[in-house]
Design a protein around this ligand. Structure first.
Ligand SMILES: [Mg+2]
Length: 278
């Protein structure tokens, strides 16, 4: 019957349209699809952030009351009377940039959209981050943002943070970008040391080992040793957030050799899998 054929034809057309909309492009990176979707859609992601910032708030109260408390290993003596501060990373710690990662899943892993994304100032606040930073600020604790965004991206970053309501101390510059000073490289140790010279650092909060320690661009086994060596700090002075999308953990899988092609990196990652039958 014509009506029936028409119905089938329209259903087939609809199926084709839906398929075209949802089909993964050939160049997509399947290894990042699930991690991006986890960050964007799972309630477990949101709960992990809320949990982390709740712990951070509890620890902030303890840290303020204990003048011998410091979170920074760059701080060893003479800090007890310094004003209090907390140091937070920005990306995937307090700001959600997963749309940029999602775009790469669609358009291919080698597409660089970062600069364009940062200048849109469309990053959103991650769960619990705003409330925690405002709590710290309202309790007289200076909030510092130590980020590996580059210095030219600082104005856009400041506007993005300000529009979302993150506290931005107007008496000092609370955003410390990579490359802003000659010794401020991607290793954040020198920036932590500069803050520690003037403030007692109550907490370090981040999504990458680099947010807590220097010299983390080493092999996975060595990174595991670094974490173990400071096991008493996690969940107390150091609060870590989950980031399955990117980070020094991922580069460690291919020995931090950024010059390798994407295919070579993927090949080395497969070699890292622990399987039932090696
Ligand atoms: Mg980060």
């Amino acid at each position: 019957m014509p009506a029936c054929r028409s119905l089938i034809a329209s259903q087939l057309f609809l199926a084709a349209v839906l398929s075209a909309q949802t089909a993964a492009p050939q160049a997509a990176a399947p290894e990042s699809l699930d991690s991006v979707l986890w960050a964007q859609t799972s309630v477990e992601h949101d709960a992990a952030y809320l949990q982390a910032f709740r712990i951070a708030r509890l620890m902030l109260d303890r840290a303020q009351a204990d003048r011998t408390w410091t979170a920074a290993i760059e701080q060893s003596a003479g800090y007890e009377r310094l004003p209090a501060a907390v140091i937070l990373d920005v990306d995937e710690t307090i700001l959600d940039n997963s749309p940029e990662e999602a775009q790469k899943v669609r358009s291919g892993p080698t597409t660089s959209l970062w600069k364009e994304w940062v200048r849109k100032e469309h990053s959103t606040a991650l769960p619990g981050a705003l409330e925690f930073t405002q709590y710290a600020d309202s309790h007289g604790v200076t909030v510092f943002y130590v980020t590996n965004r580059e210095a030219p991206d600082k104005p856009a970053t400041r506007r993005n943070l300000g529009q979302l309501g993150f506290p931005l101390n107007t008496h000092i510059d609370p955003i410390l970008c990579r490359g802003e000073k000659p010794d401020w490289g991607s290793d954040k140790g020198s920036r932590r040391a500069d803050i520690a010279a003037h403030y007692r650092v109550l907490l370090l909060i981040g999504d990458d080992l680099n947010d807590f320690l220097s010299g983390v661009h080493v092999a996975p086994d060595e990174r595991r040793r670094q974490v173990s060596a400071y096991s008493d700090r996690w969940g107390e002075r150091w609060i870590v957030l989950p980031n399955p999308m990117y980070g020094s953990w991922e580069a460690a899988l291919y020995s931090h050799k950024g010059e390798l092609s994407h295919q070579e990196q993927v090949q080395q990652k497969y070699g890292r899998l622990r399987v039932i039958d090696p």
